[in-house]
Design a binder for this molecule. Structure first.
Ligand code: PLP
Length: 400
């Protein structure tokens, strides 16, 4: 029979995919399922970006490119880092891959020896721990509860660092919690890192442009130049420019790390897609004003979802600073019984109930390493959100 390699034997298909498959199957059966699980903006890729891709095809830019990014795209990324983050990266300190996910994979594959530890605050984007495990590393998960704003504290970080620690992974704004680190939130963590020169920092800034109210986005390598030589600043076009299917992510970091990551990439994908790279140049160098409008639209939806959730007895939703997710506590509903007599013991039970009874698909906190919570992605129309929240409220009211 088939036996998987040990590096993947402990990794299951993610809860997100399982719920998604169930929801899609129910939809095919004709049930009116609303899926609030998608990790992508509901906007379209901007027209000028699409046009630039077509032009690249007509110019014949349909062949292999330079291994880790065309010179044009690296220049555009260099300018982006300087303009938006106050960070100077030379083009040989920049790498481009097939999505930020491959950036993370390249980085872990290039640096982790068996048993090396990677500190990951929870709730986390599921891929972090799975990628670390595929690379034979050991994820060190640290629970960061709602009361702490889903943020890691300096004391927690200090206590988690061992001689085997290779990386700290931070994601701000976060998928799934929407929580973000301000300069003041980052400072104590960066001070801890300064004391431990063997620990490297990977920051995932994918949701940088989706922040609300007066929140000021900052990135650690700009905040603390002394850490820049061991920080990998990860970003991409997927979320900011509604380009998830184009598969382009990038990072800035120390030259030696960037070179090692290119070695991994050279034997995995050879290079990112040529047409997508041309489109990403247009995204990064073209007009940026639509980002504000899109964020304003997300903000209205965030406010709607948060207020409707908090009006439901037993649910508790912290107001997220960014991204397009809410991560609500459902502790107040555990122990209750559904109309069909099933007891809700976990967040997974609760999400199963919502799917089956209210036909709303959301993802349990267990999928992100922190329970009892559930994630809603509000990157869908206001009408659909209104309907989904009404159904969730009614389903919660039916519990006894
Ligand atoms: N980082 C975070 C926190 C994400 O939520 C995602 C996508 O869901 C990614 C990275 C990956 O983005 P991509 O591979 O599309 O660039």
């Amino acid at each position: 029979g088939f036996l998987p390699a040990s590096r993947i034997s402990s990794i299951g298909v993610s809860e997100i995919l399982k719920i998604g498959a169930r929801a899609s199957a129910m939809k095919r059966e004709g049930k009116p399922v609303i899926i609030l699980g998608a990790g992508e903006p509901d906007f379209d890729t901007p027209d000028h970006v699409k046009r630039s891709a077509w032009e690249a095809i007509q110019r014949g830019e349909t062949k292999y490119t330079a291994l880790d990014g065309t010179p044009e795209l690296k220049m555009a990324i260099r300018e982006k880092f300087q303009r938006e983050n106050g960070l100077i990266y030379e083009t040989d300190e920049i790498t481009v891959a097939t999505g930020a996910k491959q950036i993370l994979f390249n980085a872990m594959m290039a640096t982790i020896n068996p048993g090396d530890e990677v500190i990951i605050p929870t709730p986390y984007w599921t891929s972090y721990s799975d990628i670390v495990q595929i690379c034979a590393g050991k994820p060190v998960l640290i629970a960061c509860d709602a009361a702490a704003g889903f943020r890691l504290s300096a004391a927690q970080l200090e206590a988690a660092i061992t001689p085997k620690t290779r990386w700290l992974l931070l994601n701000s704004p976060s998928n799934p919690s929407g929580a973000a680190y301000s300069a003041a939130d980052y400072r104590p963590l960066l001070d801890v890192l300064l004391k431990h020169p063997h620990v490297w920092l990977l920051v995932d800034d994918m949701y940088e442009h989706i922040v609300y109210d007066d929140f000021r986005f900052v990135t650690p390598a700009a905040l603390e130049p002394r850490l820049k030589e061991r920080t990998l600043t990860v970003n991409g076009v997927s979320k900011a420019y509604a380009m998830t299917g184009w598969r382009i992510g990038y990072a800035g970091g120390p030259r030696e790390l960037i070179k090692a990551m290119a070695v991994v990439q050279s034997q995995a994908t050879s290079c990112p897609a040529s047409v997508s790279q041309a489109a990403s140049v247009a995204a990064l160098t073209g007009p940026q004003d639509f980002l504000k409008e899109r964020t304003a639209s997300f903000r209205r939806r965030r406010d709607l979802v948060v207020s409707r959730l908090n009006a439901i007895d037993g649910l508790d939703c912290r107001v997220p600073e960014g991204a397009f997710y809410t991560f609500s506590g459902c502790a107040g509903l555990l122990g209750k019984v559904t109309p069909s007599g099933r007891k809700i013991e976990t967040d997974t039970d609760f999400c199963t109930y919502l799917l089956e009874d209210a036909h709303v698909a959301v993802v349990p906190g267990s999928a992100f390493g922190l329970s009892p919570f559930f994630r809603i992605s509000y990157a869908t129309s206001e009408a659909e959100l209104q309907e989904a929240l009404a159904r969730i409220a009614a389903a919660c009211a039916r519990l006894s």
